[in-house]
Design a protein around this ligand. Structure first.
Ligand SMILES: [Zn+2]
Length: 270
């Protein structure tokens, strides 16, 4: 009996990963090929048309990229309620490593519907070792897959919520005294953690005023464990706390940070 049980355990250990791959590929096969997407730029290794939570059309040039695309999308839907990504109608995995992600904010896409196009680099998706678990704890460090996914969706969230304009009026407009921005700052944490003191959350935020700084600050606001307290008067603390004043943002932060609690019971790690 023990012998049989041991073999059953071994069989599950060996067959399990293969089964996961098969499930992934059959899920991909169920998404119909879409002739419109066959015309997309060669840099897109896998392109999907999106309706709400689901991929309803695809064009796959690289099967591995398509599999990564499914996992990235699962992560996005686990982190963000539908209302915060409702008009995303195309999702791509793209070649190259810089940029790690792109949000096309002009309402342009290749599927011919009104809406936005979001692309993540294959090399970025491959950085996350636990990508297959959409309910993993968030990683609050720039350069990780999570940071890129949240940053790119952040472009959508901030654009749709008029947050870029409101942030600019408070911190980045012509009427506001500006701290000096350095072209090559080299004193941010090497592990990609954002800074919660000083003037800017990340080196990228310091180098790139406008949308990118707003979105970097948004990403910091929703991903870091602890926000700067109300007694912290540094510019960066005020920029991060600004998001607490935007309707819906505290709830969104809470929703994203509680992602582990939404895991199906058999996937929970705590
Ligand atoms: Zn950006």
């Amino acid at each position: 009996m023990q012998f049989a049980v041991r073999h059953l355990v071994l069989a599950v250990l060996f067959v399990g990963p293969a089964l996961a791959l098969t499930v992934g590929s059959s899920r991909l096969e169920r998404i119909p090929d879409d002739a419109k997407l066959a015309e997309v730029d060669a840099k897109y290794l896998a392109a999907f048309e999106v309706v709400d939570d689901a991929f309803v059309g695809k064009h796959v040039r690289d099967a591995r990229s398509a599999a990564l695309g499914l996992q990235c999308w699962d992560r996005i839907t686990a982190l963000f309620p539908l209302s915060y990504r409702k008009l995303l109608v195309q999702f791509n995995i793209m070649s190259g490593s810089d940029p790690a992600g792109v949000f096309d904010g002009g309402g342009t896409n290749d599927v011919g519907r009104r809406g936005y196009r979001l692309s993540i680099a294959k090399s970025c998706a491959e950085k996350e070792r636990d990508l297959a678990n959409p309910y993993r704890a968030v990683t609050p460090r720039r350069g990780t897959t999570d940071w890129t996914l949240v940053h790119e969706i952040g472009h959508y969230v901030c654009l749709r919520g008029n947050v870029i304009e409101l942030f600019s009026q408070s911190f980045d407009g012509d009427m506001v005294p500006q701290p000096k921005r350095r072209e090559k700052p080299d004193d941010y944490p090497e592990d990609g953690s954002p800074r919660l003191d000083g003037n800017f959350v990340t080196s990228y935020a310091e180098r790139t005023p406008g949308d990118e700084e707003v979105v970097e600050t948004f990403t910091t606001y929703v991903l870091v464990d602890e926000l700067p307290g109300p007694g912290d008067a540094s510019l960066v603390a005020r920029k991060i706390r600004f998001f607490d004043t935007i309707p819906g943002m505290p709830e969104l932060r809470q929703h994203i940070r509680a992602v582990e609690d939404r895991a199906p019971r058999d996937r929970r790690t705590r």
